[in-house]
Design a binder for this molecule. Sequence first.
Ligand code: HMG
Length: 379
Amino acid sequence: MIGIDAISLYTPRYMLKLEELAKSRGIDPAKYTVGLGQFAMSIMPPAEDIVTMAASAALPLIKDRKPPSLLLFATESGVDHSKAAGIWVHKLLNLPSSCRVLEIKQACYSATGALQLAIPYVKANPTEEVLIIASDNARYGIGTAGEPTQGCGAAAFIVKANPHLIAIEEGSGLFTDHVMDFWRPNHLDTALVDGKYSARIYLTALEACWKEYAAKTGRSFEDHARFCYHLPFSKMAEKAHERLSKHANTHDLVAHSLLYTKEIGNSYSASLYFGLASLLENDKEDLSNKRIGLFSYGSGCVAEFFSGIVQPSYRKTLRQDAHQTLFSARKEISCPEYEAYFRECGNQNKEEFDPSECQTGAFRLAGIQKYIRDYQPLA
Ligand code: HMG
């Protein structure tokens, strides 16, 4: 039995309410709060990026456990074409030099890809542990249709044998196709997207994955106690669930997985794992030994439907107090303040960068000189 032992989430210290964004854009706030099902989005300040978020998410997980022998960093917001972002995290967390580090990319699917590669690795090395960190900053641009579906965050999780949280089952349904629904050319720091087409492809991929998963495993919808879907915005998962269930009144099977994303926004590769943590930390029902269906979608596209069995000890490893304190302690900022941070973060790949004063988690991007990034633990 191999799976996820524990999950730790991180999101930056600033957030923008979507009602405030709607007012500034002259849009009915209900379009965002009802139409997209989103209330707020985390805002990246200039002294944070995918590395600081990743290290802050992973820090509580690596304490008091044997170091991982493999660190897989899943992201589509890479800060270097060559050097893996995980190497900075490896340094910040003082991991041993014997730990192998790689960056993995396929849009929002990459953390699930990393998980599926980690499972056979642990099977072959049953005493080893793998640290997977998904960390992303979703940027579409000021005034674009994608703007209310931005957000940022990191999810770190340990994959090992005899996990305490969820054991991943064999048998999944996959769907890969060359589609241009969402992409980000190398020179751009915001994504390009054909929004409505991307939502259609997401649902097409879900149906194809489910069909293959059901045929391979012989399982039906009713064999799953709960469902978690990739979460670009919460309404997308509700639509996906409606499509899969073909039943009325199954909203409670997905509702708890949506809570964190409604407040954080899209965290791309991390978002399915924000959903899983949100479900396990907020659903009052005892989910021990219950099967969760998981759908991962990464534009471009690769998608997978797979499943896991929640472990009897799962509640002992949850970090809901830390997560909920982090989310509720975020500072609400105004739309002009968000726009200023957004523009300043657009300079994070310049030759020289000196971030303005802002709050961070346990680590900060102290600056960039001659294209060399300097990260520091918070004093
Ligand atoms: P839009 O075109 O501005 O919005 O962009 P809309 O006109 O489609 O309206 C959105 C919803 O609000 C609609 O609901 C409206 O009816 C409703 P629907 O008909 O779809 O059920 N609405 C209202 N509801 C209540 N009161 C009102 C009101 N007005 C309208 N007054 C879109 C929306 C999501 C397309 C845009 O934000 C976007 O392009 N976002 C980015 C792309 C995205 O998130 N795609 C999701 C699937 S692809 C994916 O998940 C992968 C991804 O995570 C990337 C990766 O893999 O790396 C994105």
